[in-house]
Design a protein around this ligand. Sequence first.
Ligand SMILES: Cc1cc2nc3c(=O)[nH]c(=O)nc-3n(C[C@H](O)[C@H](O)[C@H](O)COP(=O)(O)OP(=O)(O)OC[C@H]3O[C@@H](n4cnc5c(N)ncnc54)[C@H](O)[C@@H]3O)c2cc1C
Length: 417
Amino acid sequence: MKATCDVVVVGAGPYGLSAAAHLNACGVNVRVFGETMAFWDRNMPEGMCLRSPWEASQLSDPGRSLTIDAFQSATGVSVSRPVPIARFVAYGRWFQSRAVPNLEQRRVAEIEKSTTGFRVVLADGEVVRCGRVVIAGGIGPFAVRPPQFGGLPQELASHSSEQRDLSIFRGKRVVVIGGGQSALESAALLHESQADVELLVRENTVQWTWRRPWLHTVRPVGAVLYAWPDVGPAFISHAVARPNLYRMLPRTLQDSWRVKSVRPNGVGWLKPRLRDVSISTGLAVVSASARGNQVDLKLSDGSHEPVDHVLIATGYLVDVRKYEFLSASLVSALRLIGGLPVLGRGFESSVPGLHFLGAPAVWSYGPLMRFVAGADFAARAVSRSVARVRRRIVGRPVVNAVQRPQSVAVSRSQEGQ
Ligand SMILES: Cc1cc2nc3c(=O)[nH]c(=O)nc-3n(C[C@H](O)[C@H](O)[C@H](O)COP(=O)(O)OP(=O)(O)OC[C@H]3O[C@@H](n4cnc5c(N)ncnc54)[C@H](O)[C@@H]3O)c2cc1C
């Protein structure tokens, strides 16, 4: 492996693998770091199914040939709908072996700007110099743990991302906090594992989507109401599915539609599985304190509830300053809106040559970027942008293009911000 390369990709989830597949195909000298589908494998519950529909659960390669259908044909493994997480992880690994064989399952410890581009330090001490960095590090560091649970040890209160095997709570009294898909599905899985589970939802009702599946699937109605990734409410979904169009909408509309599109809700197929689960709405936890092996929850109606464990499924709040591998000087050079980088063409940040994919791109490219479905758009955009720079600097590697501060490609990319 060379200690210098054109591009480093950080991350081997849907976004990192898709971006790497496209960059590999355009002949760029790319090094890719991360553990294949690690977040899906370790930080989501066993037995979970994807909420995204089949078409929106595909990773992206240039020929759109490494699909879940192709995975089934090539391996003989059948995948049901909704897609079970274990199968999705297996699909991701298969995709990686085909499209990103150059993946290095290593951790990036620090990224900093250098005079010639970037200096990427790996956890094992190797230093890689490159012209561009594509960050697809996922949402792991952004888990929200409300302050009420701050003083409790993980044995008594854990974030949903910290629990893979929910069967360990068999026979225990568990309260799940949250009203989104993760909370609802965790409650269903806990119930099915014979835990005594209660779901506590702050809002007055649980919101459901896909209550009438035919509205999403039967043509022509479904196609008029919802675009293929099925992210966001009816009609709005079409704008969300077109990130270039979404970017051109007035900022107030982008912000309002972003909130509407990622509002906590559950997919209709979960509802029957929660029939026997106690769901309390309009209730919040005021405080939580340890009492021996239990937690005493004080609720907003004044009541107290002793439980064995609190599962905090309150989601993720993206703030790239929490990526520990970004050096302080790099973070201070980033133009951020509430922790989200402002990205120009090709997902490039205000630091030339530094790109962000996945959830950090939502402020600039809309809510599709929180989902696997956005990986195809993002991977194509970033590889086009890298290839464009390369074409301009004929015969020179991309690393040199970024060395030149007045590079046309760099200033162009900033125009879109
Ligand atoms: C419970 C739950 C259910 C979800 N269900 C769906 C769903 O059904 N459909 C959907 O579209 N989305 C779903 N999502 C959202 C999903 O997380 C994102 O769509 C998807 O994971 C984004 O992919 P990614 O590549 O950005 O990040 P990730 O899949 O999180 O990948 C991050 C990668 O970065 C690597 N990495 C991180 N730090 C470093 C480092 N320092 N050095 C090297 N590598 C590093 C990791 O090893 C990993 O490979 C769900 C999220 C949750 C929490």
